[in-house]
Design a protein around this ligand. Sequence first.
Ligand SMILES: NC(=O)c1ccc[n+]([C@@H]2O[C@H](COP(=O)([O-])OP(=O)(O)OC[C@H]3O[C@@H](n4cnc5c(N)ncnc54)[C@H](OP(=O)(O)O)[C@@H]3O)[C@@H](O)[C@H]2O)c1
Length: 270
Amino acid sequence: MPHKIGVIGFGNIAKAIITPLLDKNFLEPEEIVCLVNTKESYENLKTHYKHKIKILYSSSPDINLVWNCPIKILSVKPQQLKDIKEFSSNQFKKDILISILAGVSLKKLSVKFPNHNCVRVVTNIPITIGKGLTGISWSHEIEDRNKIFIKNIFENSSKVFEFSEEYLDIFLALTSSSPAIIALIIEALGDGGLSGGLSKRLSEELVIEMILGTVLMLKDSSFSTSDLKNTVTSPGGTTIAALRILEKKGLRSALIESIMEAMNKSKEFG
Ligand SMILES: NC(=O)c1ccc[n+]([C@@H]2O[C@H](COP(=O)([O-])OP(=O)(O)OC[C@H]3O[C@@H](n4cnc5c(N)ncnc54)[C@H](OP(=O)(O)O)[C@@H]3O)[C@@H](O)[C@H]2O)c1
């Protein structure tokens, strides 16, 4: 069976995308070939990766096996992009290259990979537990049947949204950067519990369960965010006392500005 998907860079995010495809038999191991940089990562994957896929490293003699695949997923760090050299085996037909690099525009990709039709994908860290969010922007040349196949790849580990590229930076800020914001909020609320005399561990456990319950209420019921806030805020009570402090300290505007800053940073990279 010829390799179908070549993965350039097989780190945390690429594994999160590929592993469920193999677990669910969406692809056979023989259809995947992966390229990593170092012999150390190669040996490590050979020994520990649960699926027996073809793995190569930068000095392997047959790295053209990756470039011969009709679909490639590019998953190196943005600063490693300069080391990736396009190799094209087909002069008559352009292959597809799907980049998941944060902030690298379709225009930049098409200059770096002129023999490929490029797709830009933004995904987020919960993809590693199959709960990701993925935004996709297509270059004009991608055919509908390929779009369906590519969307299926990401739907195995995330919810997929299609955007024109101008919205990918705000999508990235809101979904890819925000897990760090949420982690920081959980940590800070946990410190609140700690200040009140609970252990750090119990505080964070309570905060995480509280957030899960709150999010499920918002997701599964007709409660809006304002409905929920009004329901738990009684006159002269504890919640309005807490909210008053957050308004005074500017939490709401700090969060809005943080998203705008992440979006602008992503635009700068592009
Ligand atoms: N982390 C996140 O939250 C997140 C979320 C969404 C998207 N992303 C994007 O996902 C991409 C990958 O992130 P990651 O966290 O998965 O990175 P990672 O774990 O560091 O994986 C990078 C992979 O690229 C390989 N590599 C480096 N240079 C190479 C070269 N010259 N040729 C072939 N392979 C090479 C590395 O091999 P070695 O191990 O041998 O060095 C490694 O397998 C990034 O561009 C990032 O923007 C990240």
